[in-house]
Design a protein around this ligand. Structure first.
Ligand code: MRU
Length: 362
């Protein structure tokens, strides 16, 4: 991803014991880089949402395990297992968190003491690199879908929800990767950006990163998508996913399901783009099985933003003392999804479709 014309990843290894991240809490008003120097820095980064998005949560967990290895005394196995459990409890919905943490733990449990640091570094780097590469490939596979639509339109209008762009991964993004690839190939693409209440990842992150890449876009109210679809203003919807079951049910940011319903009612294709690290092949029925994170009600009761003086502040938008409930994700059932876009290609949202790309998992 280019930021002010300079290529960045969202997380990177800077040197022994030092990992750096882009602080997403400061965006879009300030570009800030933070240092992770110890395991508790990684816990804070994920828990406080300095980093967020399924792929980036996974990569940060991997680097968190690397930092935990530097600190872990004996008994090493027990200490590392405790670190892994602490990490995995932070964000329950994103499948990548457990996937990356377990992969690190498995790799490290085989290492002899003198090899642990180097093995942890190499494995965390591999998880980061694979995440970026999977997202790059998602862009290439999704490109075909956009190219086809562009044959009959001057501009292809994509609607997306939340942020499944480069900021949600190590690089490139999932839902936005086909958009970036199409734009690089000279196709005119315009993105409708759902604001994505309550944390406004669309308004603060998607709009920002699209602007940085020079992609034409408009921010819209969360409730506007159905209206735009009814009026032929959306050619396709592409969202990301935080966890996808073996039959193709997809958990994503709250409100995604409503967009899928509106898309189905209006004959607008609805794609879900994600790397296979977000698959949970142990789960079948997403509605029953995917854990949905319930977050602090303060996220709903207050809105954060820049005031006229340029200072960041929170304002309360509901009556004093109004109770609120804040579910972070919902599940879009497979029948509402046109197709899944993964690093191995495009498939139908069904066990047969998924098996055609991931036979080893069935
Ligand atoms: O709560 P977040 O910001 O970590 O939520 C994750 C998301 O950004 C979205 O659900 C996204 O569309 C899928 S994650 C790539």
């Amino acid at each position: 991803m280019d930021i002010a014309g300079k290529p960045y990843r969202t997380i990177w290894f800077e040197g022994e014991g030092l990992v750096k991240i882009i602080n997403q809490l400061a965006l879009p008003h300030r570009f800030e880089i933070l240092e992770l120097r110890c395991f508790s820095d990684a816990l804070r980064a994920i828990g406080d949402m300095q980093v967020r998005g399924a792929g980036l949560i996974g990569a940060t967990a991997a680097w968190g395990m690397y930092l935990a290895v530097l600190e872990a005394g004996e008994p090493f196995g027990e200490n590392l297992a405790r670190a892994a459990e602490t990490l995995k409890a932070l964000r329950p919905t994103a499948g990548n968190l457990a996937w990356a943490t377990d992969r690190m733990f498995k790799s490290l449990s085989l290492a002899v003491p003198g090899e642990r640091r180097e093995r942890a570094r190499l494995e965390a780097q591999a998880i980061s690199d694979e995440d970026a590469e999977c997202c790059r490939r998602i862009g290439l596979h999704g490109l075909g879908i956009i190219e086809k639509i562009a044959e009959s339109r001057e501009t292809v209008n994509v609607l997306t929800h939340c942020n499944a762009g480069a900021l949600a991964f190590v690089d490139h993004g999932s839902a936005l990767s086909p958009v970036y690839t199409a734009a690089e190939r000279g196709i005119k693409v315009h993105v409708w950006v759902d604001e994505t209440r309550p944390r406004n990842q669309g308004a603060s992150l998607t709009a920002w990163e699209l602007g940085q890449q020079g992609i034409d876009h408009d921010l819209i109210a969360d409730n506007a998508g159905g209206h735009l679809m009814q009026h032929g203003m959306v050619d396709l919807v592409i969202t990301g996913a935080d966890r996808v079951t073996r039959r193709g049910d997809a958990a994503n940011k709250i409100g995604t399901y409503l967009k899928a319903l509106a898309a189905r009612d209006n004959g607008v294709p609805f794609y879900v783009a994600f790397p296979s690290s977000s698959f949970d092949f142990t789960m079948e029925d997403g509605l029953k099985e995917i854990p949905i994170e319930e977050r602090d009600s303060a996220e709903l009761r207050y809105v954060w933003g820049k005031n006229a003086a340029g200072e960041i502040e929170a304002v309360q938008v509901c009556p004093d003392g109004s109770p609120a409930r804040n579910w972070g994700f919902d599940v879009t059932p497979a029948p509402c999804i046109t197709a899944l876009i993964t690093e191995r290609g495009i498939c139908g949202p069904s066990p047969e479709g998924i098996r055609s790309l991931y036979p080893e998992q069935f």
